[in-house]
Write a protein that binds this ligand. Structure first.
Ligand SMILES: Cc1cc2nc3c(=O)[nH]c(=O)nc-3n(C[C@H](O)[C@H](O)[C@H](O)COP(=O)(O)OP(=O)(O)OC[C@H]3O[C@@H](n4cnc5c(N)ncnc54)[C@H](O)[C@@H]3O)c2cc1C
Length: 385
């Protein structure tokens, strides 16, 4: 069993790290304070490192990366700027849907600008009344002679207020007594489509929003995949999203751990560095162990996706659930190592905690992951049949 990355994967990660530390790290705090969208050139640069579209085939403008490589890069980005990574992964997920499930015309129309980071996209499933019970969306699209008439609301949509277009999951009928869900491409500027920003606890630079659709006429050709079959699409890409989230947790855990180790060496009390006290050492040891279990589970999930392992979904759920809880413990402990300084805006650990807090919720809450995991061995579902 091999636990090392290949040389080319290490060098791709180092090259991203060099760029992030030279060009990005110095601007993060100021942008976070001002809740600003990252500079367009930084977003576009993510394409050069494979973070936008990198998983796509070269014919589609991608780099043909495997999941292990893509996710390693993602963890590196998460270490430096979680808001930027959220913007990038959400847009990347939407562009993957278009590349893999879209028509040739849709790919031609939208893909190039999304892959290059010239445009951003959203993925809109959640609604005010529909969160964990995601298959029961209430937003409706009715087919008319002129196109799909879309009405409803979506909530907590990352990139929502800033994106140029996105994929909206809407109910287009019923099938076997269950909602038939279809995916539609909706563009900014379509009459009747508006968005408002939702204020959140962290990730200040990734705009979270509510989307409102009031008789939006969406062209017929904007249907992605088969009519009524889009919940399967949502589930497939949410599963990939869970693997990505597990690496986001890994990157953030690494950042918080590194900050704690640094501080434990620099801060003196009782005439000694605090890192010399056994109780501080215990905190460091705990963080190291949570970090390492996170690393093992997230790479297990990415490797399972690369090998199309039959249990891939299970590994993604497990990694997402474990790592999103571990990152909170790591950030919390790193904050404790900093003492009062950790509670201030003068050190980044309080932001790490805020930026990590949503990870047990987004991409399917950890309670839902627990139910999916138990169902996968028991064969019994706690959810709707
Ligand atoms: C920062 C952030 C970004 C997001 N980005 C997006 C996005 O880009 N696109 C998108 O579509 N959505 C997005 N979401 C929404 C996210 O997917 C939902 O918040 C999540 O699925 C939970 O839904 P909910 O908030 O409605 O909670 P609810 O489903 O109302 O759950 C509330 C609580 O009840 C628990 N619960 C619910 N049902 C059960 C059950 N059967 N058994 C046990 N416990 C249960 C949940 O675990 C949770 O603790 C984002 C959320 C956040 C916080």
């Amino acid at each position: 069993m091999q636990f090392e990355l290949e040389d080319w994967q290490v060098s791709a990660t180092e090259s991203l790290r060099r760029y992030l530390s030279a060009e990005v790290a110095p601007i993060v705090e100021a942008y976070e304070d001002e809740h600003r969208l990252p500079p367009p050139e930084v977003i576009r640069k993510m394409h050069d490192f494979g973070l936008l579209g990198g998983l796509l085939k070269q014919a589609d403008g991608g780099a043909g990366l495997d999941y292990v490589t893509y996710c390693t890069l993602l963890a590196e980005l998460s270490r430096v700027w979680p808001s930027l990574r959220s913007i990038i992964t959400v847009s990347n997920l939407a562009l993957m849907i278009l590349a893999e499930r879209g028509t040739d015309a849709q790919r031609q129309r939208y893909l190039n600008a999304l892959v290059k980071g010239e445009k951003l996209a959203f993925f809109a499933l959640t609604e005010p009344n529909v969160g964990s019970d995601a298959s029961h969306v209430e937003t409706r699209a009715v087919e008319t002679d002129d196109g799909w008439l879309l009405n409803g609301r979506k909530l907590y949509i990352s990139n929502g207020p800033a994106a140029d277009l996105g994929i909206v999951f809407a109910r287009t009928g019923e099938k076997n007594g269950r909602p038939a869900v279809s995916a539609l491409i909706v563009e900014k500027g379509m009459p009747g489509f508006t968005s408002v920003r939702v204020r959140s606890m962290g990730m200040n630079c990734c705009p979270l929003g509510e989307l409102l659709f009031d008789d939006v006429l969406v062209p017929k050709e904007n249907l992605v995949g088969e009519r009524g079959a889009a919940f399967e699409i949502a589930k497939h890409y949410l599963n990939l999203g869970r693997c990505f989230v597990s690496f986001v947790c890994l990157g953030l855990s690494q950042a918080a751990f590194d900050a704690a180790v640094r501080y434990a060496g620099e801060r003196h009390q009782f005439g000694r560095p605090i890192g010399q006290f056994q109780l501080v050492q215990q905190m460091i040891a705990d963080m190291m162990t949570w970090l390492e279990t996170s690393r093992l589970l997230s790479y297990r999930a990415a490797a399972a996706l690369d090998r199309q392992h039959a249990d891939g979904a299970r590994y993604c759920s497990m990694a997402k659930r474990h790592n999103s809880e571990a990152v909170l413990r790591v950030c919390e402990t790193a904050l404790q190592v900093h003492g009062g300084a950790g509670y201030t805006r003068d050190f980044p650990v309080e932001r790490f905690y805020r930026d990590a807090r949503h990870l047990t919720i987004a991409e399917g809450t950890n309670q839902i992951q627990a139910l999916l995991l138990a169902q996968s061995v028991l064969g019994l579902s706690a959810l709707r049949g």
